[in-house]
Ligand binder design. Structure first.
Ligand SMILES: C[S@@+](CC[C@H](N)C(=O)[O-])C[C@H]1O[C@@H](n2cnc3c(N)ncnc32)[C@H](O)[C@@H]1O
Length: 268
């Protein structure tokens, strides 16, 4: 991949590493090396990425369809890939409006592919950091694209595990939710440590440190805390594999191999 101006190709970044696990070409050697270090602790990580992406499509289909959600705030968008949020939502409801947010400059370079809205709807891209949620909420592009008096689906899909405890992850989510009206939804997926032995967990922490990308595995209880005060929708906190699955159980990968929790909740 050619290195666009302003991009540091010597530093691994989660969007490009995820792109590599999904079989994409928008990644550098440093991202593939980082991916290898993570895979030494969690060999099924590419499977987990694919299952996470499949969940994203199912959940947007549910929100745009059954739940009647017309506005999406997708933070930690990742590089454009098959089935971007606006493509899935607008295939169901062309008036859907989507704001994408990511802090990786490589995503900005590719953002054109996220701005292919149906004429009846609208999409926008904001280059911003989730660790500064007030800045995201104050962005003029957000105000131009979303009507914050109407329900919004806040999507934090495979993103919160990059927010380490020193950045107060629960406060970040609470600040974002406080800006959304009743009837809004929170969608989150998050890598979990639940299926690891103490020894595997210790190795995983060490490998993530070595991979050059800050990462925080959380337990089911730690994950569930993000939804305090919200109404969890069935089936509650579960593995992405088991959330409204489209294939029979015997064709699904194991919950342990994927190790990714998810939940959808409504703002009361
Ligand atoms: C694993 S990808 C997930 C992409 C997409 N949400 C999905 O699930 O298919 C995580 C994304 O979060 C972004 N990200 C990580 N930390 C972030 C931060 N502090 N602010 C904004 N985006 C961040 C990364 O750049 C990356 O694109």
């Amino acid at each position: 991949m050619e290195v666009p101006p302003g991009i540091d190709p010597t530093k691994a970044h989660p969007s490009r590493r995820y792109n590599y696990w999904l079989g994409g070409k928008d990644n550098f050697a440093v991202d593939r090396e980082s991916a290898g270090v993570v895979a030494s602790a969690f060999p099924t990580v590419a499977l987990s990425a694919r299952e996470n992406r499949a969940f994203l499509k199912r959940v947007v289909t549910y929100l745009a369809g059954e739940a009647g959600i017309r506005q999406f705030l997708d933070i930690g968008t990742g590089l454009p890939s098959a089935g971007n949020v606006h493509e899935v939502a607008q295939s169901i409801e062309p008036t859907s409006r989507i704001v994408y947010v990511d802090n990786d400059p490589v995503v900005l370079v590719h953002a054109r592919a996220l701005l292919t809205s149906e004429p009846a709807g609208r999409t926008a891209y904001i280059q911003a950091d989730l660790r500064d949620p007030d800045k995201i909420l104050a962005d003029a592009e957000l105000a131009r694209t979303l009507d914050m008096s109407r329900p919004v689906a806040l999507m934090l899909v495979a993103t919160m595990h990059f927010i380490t405890d020193d950045h107060d992850p629960y406060d970040i989510v609470a600040r974002l939710l406080a800006a959304l009206p009743s009837g809004s939804h929170l969608v989150m997926t998050h890598a979990t440590k639940d299926h690891l032995t103490a020894e595997e967990y210790a190795y995983s922490v060490e490998a993530n440190e070595r991979s050059g990308v800050p990462f925080r595995l959380r337990s089911r209880d730690e994950f569930t805390r993000f939804f305090d005060g919200l109404e969890l929708l069935p089936p509650g906190v579960t593995s992405v594999v088991e959330w409204r699955p489209e294939v029979p159980e015997e064709e699904r990968p194991s919950v342990e191999d994927v190790s990714m929790l998810c939940a959808v909740a409504r703002v009361p």
